[in-house]
Design a protein around this ligand. Sequence first.
Ligand SMILES: [Zn+2]
Length: 148
Amino acid sequence: MITSLRARAITDRIVIHCSATLPEQNIGRVEIDQWHKARGWAGIGYHFIIRRDGALEHGREATKVGAHARGYNRRAIGVCLVGGVDGSGRPSANFTGAQWAMLERLLAALKLVWPAAKVIGHNEVSAKACPSFDVQAWLSALPDAQLT
Ligand SMILES: [Zn+2]
């Protein structure tokens, strides 16, 4: 846990990411923390990580500034789904049922704390494929309209 980071003054976005790893790569917080440290960051940039089996892991403290979406780190929570590319390195929404279910549960919980925070994909604020799916289309197909 990184305790020296600054608290966010604003939380008006929840940004969904993927780790851009293969479905068979069972990685999580520890590995991503190592990758982000290797980039010279203060450790893992996401606040939450959802592993392939749907297990939820905590990265940065949820109230602190993250390092996951340029221009949004001071106002957004970052959630990372593990997976998101296929064997050819192409974007693929190859997340497991357990991951989709946990994402929905996590977003519902975060929206209780930050009801005004809009859920978006990284690809909505950056020219990236991440998180390898259309977050707005996914949200609109959910029964819980509160998540959008
Ligand atoms: Zn991303």
